[in-house]
Design a protein around this ligand. Sequence first.
Ligand code: PRP
Ligand code: URA
Length: 210
Amino acid sequence: MMGNVFVLDHPLIQHKLTYVRKTETGTKEFRELVDEIAGLMAYEITRDLPVEEVTIETPVTTTKSYVLTGKKIGIVPILRAGLGMVEGVLRHIPTAKVGHVGLYRDPDTLMPHEYYFKMPNDIEERDLIVVDPMLATGGSASDAIQSLKNRGAKSIKLMCLIAAPEGVEAIREAHPEVDIYLAAMDEKLNDHGYIVPGLGDAGDRLYGTK
Ligand code: PRP
Ligand code: URA
């Protein structure tokens, strides 16, 4: 089955994304906004989680209500920039476990290099949400997803703030079953592999490095 691409064009997400993109937005505000957007996206991305009916006692009466059922969640940030999205998701899914994939993109070849991989020991039984603000060539996310599959992961969603069409195509080609959730689909990549219009270097803007 071919995965779907969902652009979460909620007004709150779009408003915050505008400020994330702006050059004059400083590190503190940038980090807060990425966190807030990730939280709002988590709310949308979990809309289809299964629930089951249970019978409970309120102080007044017996009633039927709903609780989550089905698989547990795992959040997988791609280091560094993906870290900026973790807390926002955890606010809504506080019992999720977090696995980390360390990847950096070689600035000359644009090829990703894995330097860290640490997962909960039951990833094959979890619904995993891979988070990274930027999906540019798609190389980093594609490698991260492949690493997860190699270790037994069966259910993976990808959540990014901004994607280039090239990155979306790369994921659809390599991992056709993975649903992709975005705050925005941008125009293109430039000659340096940056997303246009984009927001610049997400890791540098989150952590104040250059
Ligand atoms: C950025 C970004 C993605 C990757 C996207 O990370 O956070 O992981 O580039 O590019 P791609 O789709 O072409 O692979 P970067 O390699 O700059 O590392 P950092 O998060 O440590 O800054
Ligand atoms: N990584 C980033 O942080 N920004 C881009 O535009 C592309 C890759």
